[in-house]
Ligand binder design. Structure first.
Ligand code: C2G
Length: 129
């Protein structure tokens, strides 16, 4: 069984997030999502609109997401890859190169982002209504 992991905040869940997760799942048989906690979001200089529990519910309800784990810090990826016996780490190419250090532990794939949509843009559009 080929296991894939990805990480993110997935706030104001949208089409770009779903396309990322769909492509990630198609890279293997079992998809784990490391979901940024509210506390870790602050370290990422992000304040998510929705709480961790809310964002976790959305992801767990997606039938091709097999498991959601908390992403609490930048350092947990290597131990996650070992703990969950991960074959492939995948993330959007806005992170291209940033996680190459994981290549000694698993395959690392950067997928093209979906253009024209982002949580930040949604927040801006809503604010101008
Ligand atoms: N994404 C995408 N297309 C978009 C928007 C987002 O493909 N239009 C992807 C991002 O590249 C990322 C995932 O969707 O792979 C989740 O996006 P964010 O919640 O913004 O993730 P981020 O805050 O970048 O967190 O340790 C890694 C970090 O937790 C990644």
């Amino acid at each position: 069984m080929k296991k894939v992991i990805t990480y993110g905040t997935f706030d104001l869940f949208h089409y770009g997030h779903m396309k990322l997760l769909e492509r990630a799942k198609n890279l293997g048989d079992y998809l784990i999502v490391g979901l940024s906690t509210d506390e870790f979001n602050l370290q990422k200089q992000k304040k998510s609109h929705h709480s961790y529990e809310y964002r976790k519910f959305i992801l767990e309800t997606i039938d091709f997401v097999n498991e959601v784990i908390p992403e609490k810090n930048w350092e947990q990826k290597i131990s996650d890859i070992q703990k969950y016996d991960i074959d492939t780490f995948v993330i959007g190419d806005d992170w291209k190169g940033k996680f190459d250090f994981l290549k000694e532990y698993c395959e690392v794939i950067y997928l093209p982002r979906t253009e024209g949509i982002s949580t930040t843009q949604i927040k801006k559009d809503m604010a101008s209504l």
